[in-house]
Design a protein around this ligand. Sequence first.
Ligand SMILES: Cc1cc2nc3c(=O)[nH]c(=O)nc-3n(C[C@H](O)[C@H](O)[C@H](O)COP(=O)(O)OP(=O)(O)OC[C@H]3O[C@@H](n4cnc5c(N)ncnc54)[C@H](O)[C@@H]3O)c2cc1C
Length: 383
Amino acid sequence: MRKESVVVVGASLAGCAAAITLADGGVPVMLVDRAEFPRRKPCGEGLSMRGQSELEELGLELREACPESPQLAGYRICLGSRIRDLPAGSGGVLGIKRAVLDDKLLAITRQRSRVSFRGESPLRAVERVGSSFRLVIGGDTVVAEHLIVADGANSGTLARLANARRRLRRGLRVGCSSAWRVVEGTLPRVVLVFPEPGGEVYLTPTGSSSVNISVLGTAEYVASMSNCGRLSRWLSLREESLAAALELEAPALGAGPLQSARRGAAVCGAYVAGDACETFDPIGGMGMAHALMSGRSAGRAVARALASGEREAALASHVEEQESAARLMRGFTRVTSWMLGTRAGRAVIPVAVSSGLASCVSHAAHSGAGASGWSALLGVVGR
Ligand SMILES: Cc1cc2nc3c(=O)[nH]c(=O)nc-3n(C[C@H](O)[C@H](O)[C@H](O)COP(=O)(O)OP(=O)(O)OC[C@H]3O[C@@H](n4cnc5c(N)ncnc54)[C@H](O)[C@@H]3O)c2cc1C
C-alpha cells in the first residue's frame, strides 16, 4: 500500500490548478485522471478574461502555448433579424480548444518535479479512514493524508465518499459541443449567440478556420440539434448572417445536467474544486475561470493545513474563499439565464445592450473586478 501526502483526482483545469499551487508551495502531490490526454471535453471553449489571467498566474503563457487561439471582442446576440453586440471588455474572450488547453496545462503541471501524474487511472473506490482516505486508483490502493476532488460535474468521488445518490429533476438543461471547419468565408471575431425556443446555439471561433458549436437547452432541443445533419441544415439557413460555410470536423460530445448545482467546497473532510464543487450553467461562460480559481484555493488550503496542522481551519478557509468567488459568477449566470432564456429577458436585451448596462455587468463578472458596484450587485444576486 502506497502512502501519499496529497492526492488530486481529476487532471483538468481545477485539478492541475490545485497540483501546481501545491507543488510550487513545496508540497509533493499525486495527480490522477481516468482519461488519456489529449482528450476532448464538451465545452463552448470561450475563456473569460478572469480565466486567462488565472492561467497566466499558473505559468501558462497562452499566446505561446496556444498561438492559434483567437482573441474575440465579445458576444453577438442574434435575435432573428436584430443583432446586438456585447463587448467583453479589455481582455475579450479567448476561443480555445479544450483538447489543446487541457493538454498544455497538464504538460506544465507535470514539469513540476513534486507532481507525480498517473493518466488512464480511474479512481474506483474511496473511503475515509480516521483522518486519511483510502483510495483504489486503477488497480492500486493508496492512502492519502489529504484529498482534493476535482473530477467534474458528475463527480463519482463525491458520490462514493458521501454515499450520496444523484437526484435528477425534470426539465433539466443539457448541452453538446462539436468542432467545425470554416470552408468558405470568415466568421466575425466574436462569440455568436442564437437564442431560440428550447435553448441556444453558440459559435465560438477557436482558430483561423475552426469553430466550436455548442448547443444548450432542453433535452429534446439538444437531441434534435446534436444530429449533425439537422445542425448543418440549421447553419445553411443562417449562411447569410454568418457569411461563412462550415463543415463538421469532430462530432458532438454531450454533457448534462447543466443546471447550477452546489455540492460544497468541503465534503467528508475532502477539499472539493471546480465543477465537482459547484457547476454553473454554461450560459454565463463562468465554468473554466471558476475551476481554475477554486483549484488554486484548494491547493493553498491544503498547503496551509500541512504547514499548520490545523485541518478544520484550512477547510473552512477554502469554503469561504470559494464562496466569495462563486457569488459573482452565480449572480451573472442567473442574470444571463434570465436574459437569454425567458421571453421577458429577451425583450430587454436590446435596451440593456444599447444602454451599455449589459456590457458593464458582463465586464464586472468576466474580469472578476471585486470593487465595482456591478460586482457587488452580482454578488448579492448570487448569494
Ligand atoms: C456544453 C458545455 C459548454 C461549456 N462552455 C463553456 C464555456 O464556453 N466557457 C467556460 O468557461 N466554461 C464552459 N463550460 C464549463 C467548463 O467546461 C467546466 O466548468 C470546466 O471544464 C470544469 O473544469 P473541472 O476541472 O472542474 O472539471 P472537468 O473539466 O470536467 O474535468 C474533470 C476531470 O476529472 C476526470 N475524472 C472524472 N472521473 C474520474 C475518476 N473517477 N477518476 C479519475 N479521473 C476522473 C475527467 O477525466 C476529467 O479530466 C461548458 C460546459 C459544457 C458542458
